[in-house]
Design a protein around this ligand. Structure first.
Ligand code: FE2
Length: 243
C-alpha cells in the first residue's frame, strides 16, 4: 500500500498554523505522521497543540522547548523571550501533560527512517546544524539513509555522497540510492527563513520522493493570541516576517 508520511515539527503552540497543516495533510492523502519535536513554546496554545499531536498517535521526539518546559532546569542560557514563554507554558499544562513531554525520546528510528529534533550527534545537547561540518558530525551518527530534523526552523537538505557532503536548498527531490539524507523540515509554528508560511514535508518512501509544503495561515489570529496571553510582543511580530 502506498505510504505518504508527513513530517512536521517546531509547532511551538501555534494552533492556527497546525490546523492548516493538518488539513493539508488530509487533502494530500497523508497516511502516517512523524513529529520532530518542539510542540510547545513561543506561541499561546500549548494545551491544544499537545492534544492534537497526541491524537495523531505518531512517533514524537523531544525538542529543547519540550525539554525545558518538562524540567526544572535553569533558563539562564535561554533567550529571555523564549524563557518567559517556557515559564508561562509550565503553568498552562497539567502534570500529566508535563510528564508526557518529559518522557519523549530524543530520537526514533523505524523502517529505515530516523527522526531527531536537532542532530544525531548528542541529540540531548540540541546543537544547531547550519554548516557542512555540523552536518558531517550528524552523518557519522546517522545509521539510516534518511533522517528528518528541525530545530533551526529553516528548511534545508544535506546530501552525503561518496565524495563529500552537499547542501541543497529546500525543494521537492527524488532521493538517490547509495546516498544519505539529513533533511530539515522547517517549522510549522514559527518559520525563520524569511517566509512566514507554515512548513512541513511529505515523504513517499516507495517513490523515494520528498516534497516541501508551504502554507499561508491566519497569522493575525496567532499574534492576537500571543498578545492576549501577555507573552512578549516580539514573538507576535516575528511571525509576520518569518524570522
Ligand atoms: Fe524550535
Amino acid at each position: 500500500m502506498a505510504r505518504k508520511i508527513a513530517i512536521l515539527g517546531d509547532i511551538h503552540a501555534n494552533i492556527d498554523a497546525l490546523s492548516v497543516v493538518l488539513r493539508d495533510c488530509q487533502e494530500q492523502g497523508v497516511t502516517e505522521y512523524l513529529c520532530t519535536g518542539d510542540v510547545v513554546g513561543y506561541n499561546a496554545c500549548p494545551h491544544e497543540c499537545l492534544a492534537w499531536i497526541r491524537e495523531l498517535g505518531c512517533p514524537v521526539v523531544k525538542g529543547n522547548h519540550d525539554h525545558y518546559v518538562a524540567s526544572e532546569q535553569n533558563l539562564e542560557d535561554f533567550n529571555p523571550a523564549a524563557a518567559a514563554v517556557v515559564e508561562w507554558t509550565r503553568d498552562q499544562l497539567d502534570a500529566e501533560e508535563i510528564a508526557w513531554l518529559r518522557d519523549l525520546p530524543f530520537s526514533v528510528t523505524d523502517k529505515g527512517i530516523t527522526i531527531v529534533h536537532s542532530t544525531m550527534d548528542r541529540p540531548e545537547n540540541f546543537g544547531y546544524v547550519f554548516d557542512h561540518q555540523q552536518a558531517e558530525t550528524n552523518f557519522i551518527q546517522q545509521k539510516t539513509p534518511i533522517c528528518f530534523h528541525g530545530h533551526t526552523h529553516c528548511p534545508m537538505i544535506y546530501e552525503k555522497q561518496m565524495n563529500g557532503i552537499y547542501r541543497i536548498d529546500p525543494q521537492d527531490i527524488q532521493l538517490k540510492p547509495g546516498r544519505k539524507y539529513f533533511i530539515n523540515v522547517g517549522s510549522v509554528g514559527q518559520p525563520r527563513d524569511g517566509d512566514p508560511r507554515a512548513t512541513y514535508v511529505i515523504y513517499d518512501p516507495l517513490a523515494r520522493q520528498v516534497q516541501f509544503r508551504r502554507l499561508a495561515y491566519d497569522i493575525e489570529t496567532a499574534q492576537a493570541r500571543i498578545r492576549a496571553a501577555g507573552l512578549p510582543e516580539r514573538l507576535a511580530e516575528r511571525l509576520a516576517y518569518g524570522q
